[in-house]
Design a protein around this ligand. Structure first.
Ligand SMILES: CC(C)(COP(=O)(O)OP(=O)(O)OC[C@H]1O[C@@H](n2cnc3c(N)ncnc32)[C@H](O)[C@@H]1OP(=O)(O)O)[C@@H](O)C(=O)NCCC(=O)NCCS
Length: 183
């Protein structure tokens, strides 16, 4: 059991008072720690730039004992530059990382659960994401939470494989009268 597992976690939107640099640094560190990703300093810098991302996206942080330990960007609108799917009913999330020192203590699951709960709250029927082949811990986490593979929406970004997943929110179509069935 991770020594800090079980301690209370707060998951919420980032505010002006939060340490944006720390949030960005830990996303970059989480991706860096994967090791076998293609070298792309420009993308790593983009990952770390939470301050800019906040201007046009919903940056979500996880805090334990007041310290940011996880960060992701929630993408509610399909017309956002951060949305990668041609599906206007779907929400998404990107740039997701947990401080390597806090990994394995439940932060990741809690953050993805936040996304699912927010998607349901918005009356939206599904969440779509891409992950990378190398992100095996993330893939286990998504599968455990009920995401399923949608290989027809996989991407190839100049040799970098984007692996597509879908989460269908229970009852959301019925509740909101929204949405066509997932492809
Ligand atoms: C993917 C990622 C965000 C997951 O974050 P995390 O905080 O480690 O996730 P969790 O702790 O919720 O779950 C990870 C593992 O810890 C285990 N765990 C969670 N809480 C636990 C607890 N209290 N006690 C023991 N184990 C626990 C989970 O069961 C899970 O185990 P698994 O190996 O069977 O999957 C993190 O690994 C990361 O930053 N990876 C690099 C970047 C990345 O891949 N991002 C995804 C972009 S799509």
């Amino acid at each position: 059991m991770h020594p800090i597992a079980g301690r209370p976690l707060e998951i919420r939107r980032i505010t002006d008072h939060d340490d944006h640099e720390r949030a960005g640094r830990l996303v970059r560190a989480a991706y860096d720690a994967l090791g076998d990703l293609p070298e792309d300093d420009e993308y790593l810098d983009q990952l770390a730039d939470v301050g800019s991302r906040r201007a046009d996206a919903d940056v979500i942080v996880a805090l334990r004992d007041g310290r940011i330990v996880g960060c992701l960007t929630f993408v509610a609108r399909a017309d956002s530059d951060h949305h990668e799917f041609d599906d206007h009913d779907a929400t998404s999330f990107r740039y997701f990382g947990v401080d390597p020192a806090a990994q394995g203590s439940g932060v990741g699951v809690a953050m993805v659960q936040w996304v699912i709960d927010e998607t349901r709250r918005l009356g939206r029927p599904r969440v779509r994401i891409h992950t990378l082949r190398e992100m095996v811990a993330a893939q286990r986490l998504y599968t455990r939470l009920g995401f399923v593979r949608t290989p027809e929406l996989d991407e190839d970004w100049d040799g970098v494989e984007g692996i597509a997943y879908l989460y269908v929110v229970d009852g959301a179509e019925v509740a909101a009268g929204l949405g066509s069935p997932p492809v």
